[in-house]
Design a protein around this ligand. Sequence first.
Ligand code: MTE
Length: 304
Amino acid sequence: MHKIDPSEITPEHVYLSRRKFLKGMGALAAGAVLLSACDGEAPPSTPASVMAPPTDELTPYESINAYNNYYEFSLGKEAVARLSQGFKTDPWTVEVEGLVAKPKTFDLDALGQFAATERIYRMRCVEAWSMVIPWFGFPLAALLKEVEPTSEAQYVRFETVYAPEQMPGQESTRFSWPYIEGLRLDEAMHDLTILATGIYGKPLLPQTGAPIRLVVPWKYGFKGIKSIVKIDLVADMPTSFWMAQAPNEYGFFANVNPNVPHPRWSQSSERRIGENSRRRTLLFNGYEAEVAQLYEGMDLTKWF
Ligand code: MTE
């Protein structure tokens, strides 16, 4: 494990651009540096606000890929990696429709057109564990702007692929598949909200949501829906997978809040994967300065 220091980030700061991002991902880390250099684009500097504080250590690549929540494969965190091996992520399309002027289906090439950057974010699971992950991805806003949401669009609804022949967990009738998540449109348009396609300069593996997943760092990890195939702009607040499953435990907003306990887990502290001691959980997972204004006037002491 190594410490994050802004001066140290640059060498591994691979700005992936353009189509090869998702395709031909074998030699991605090296290839991607070349690609962005060939583009002649100056790498944008990552604002300090999108990085974890320098004292936070990056969670090792192996741990990020060995300890997963992905109920479509298993309820066992350590079984997901094995059971998801070979999950087919190419070809892949993401259909974007609903209250938009220009509905569009993005294939992997089209998704690779969005300029991706590295974003080092804390991820805080509602089960009170956390990681620090160097994602690669691009702002969801960039994709939404392309489809031109109409003035009636208030929320964004996301859907994971439904493929029970490949996802053994989807055969269970205990849950209502597919996995659904949602954001308010202003949350979706916020610069911290990304669609991630890689980690540590390598493409996402099936267990972390390949080929494309949502990352909203100020919200509990379950908002980060994996393996997205559909994005809908809608007028009404969508019901998420977890809201449908346990409405007394999960709400729509799910902003990290140490002052509001979940019925099963206190949210005041967390265990950073790879560390022994617990650390205090931060309001909005430490992104308060960036996002608090989205919730002005809302009662943050209410669960979610
Ligand atoms: N997305 C889908 N489709 N299915 C899931 O079970 N689990 C969520 C979220 N996205 C989940 C999902 C939960 S509870 C968490 S904490 C994060 O993914 C975990 O992401 P990770 O496995 O990459 O750490």
